[in-house]
Design a protein around this ligand. Structure first.
Ligand code: CTP
Ligand code: CA
Length: 220
């Protein structure tokens, strides 16, 4: 590459990336979780590292190897992920890609037994890691979230960007007729203060590369 396109444009920057689901214990043998392979978050962590950033990846339980060149911290629950993200600050970049469980369950020390009467689970809301980091005194310069929506994608995602106080939201359409979850490809609309940018369907690796380019531009 020439002098105008340095090979490691994010050198000297620290990026925190969350990826994968969280698991919330119901009892010692059962858990509540979101559907997430971690493929998109892991690809973003790797792309940022390849661009020269120091990357801390906070990963929930996934069946993926740790990406090369990335410091990976393994967590299980949303509250552990929250603590690990806070402990990783300060950073210039935060990309919250994890499918965080919205609730945890009041813990049961012993395995629930079938009695003929189904038990009632009491759910307690988890901390919103993205919103917390976006309002933190050590807020990264660029805070980026994801929004997986099944309906009125643009309205919901734009509202989510404002509500959470993040800079960008990568919105993707999931649910009936979509093969995004667990698949190789992603369909993204990047929502910024300036509006919505519809990306063509591309692989999760290509999404990671394109997002990294946008991050490099924004931090110039
Ligand atoms: N997120 C987070 N902590 C949570 C929940 C979500 O950091 N407890 C982050 C996700 O990693 C994602 C973004 O917030 O980047 C949006 O997640 P989403 O589930 O779409 O948003 P919610 O506010 O939980 O809204 P919803 O009711 O639609 O689930
Ligand atoms: Ca949620």
């Amino acid at each position: 590459s020439d002098m105008l396109t340095p090979r490691r444009p994010l050198a000297g920057r620290h990026a925190i990336v969350t990826s994968g689901p969280t698991h919330e214990a119901i009892d010692p043998v059962r858990y509540l979780a979101n559907r997430s392979s971690g493929r998109q978050g892991h690809a973003i962590a790797q792309a940022l590292a390849e661009a020269g950033a120091r990357v801390t990846l906070i990963s929930g339980p996934v069946a993926l190897p740790d990406p090369p060149g990335v410091t990976t911290r393994h967590v299980v629950s949303a509250r552990e992920m929250h603590d690990a993200v806070r402990a990783a600050l300060p950073a210039e970049i935060a990309v919250m890609c994890a499918a965080v469980a919205d609730w945890h369950v009041e813990p049961q020390a012993r395995k629930l037994k079938k009695t003929g009467v189904a038990p009632t689970l009491t759910l307690v809301e988890n901390p919103d890691i993205l919103a917390d980091i976006a309002h933190h005194p050590a807020r990264p310069e660029l805070v980026i979230g994801f929004a997986a929506e099944t309906e009125t994608l643009l309205d919901h995602a734009a509202a989510k960007r404002i509500r959470k106080g993040c800079d960008w939201i990568l919105a993707n359409h999931v649910g009936a007729g979509s093969d995004v979850m667990g698949g190789n490809d992603n369909e993204i609309v990047l929502i910024t203060q300036a509006g919505a940018d519809v990306w063509p369907r591309m692989s999760k690796t290509e999404v990671a590369a394109r997002l990294t380019s946008r991050i490099i531009e924004a931090l110039k």
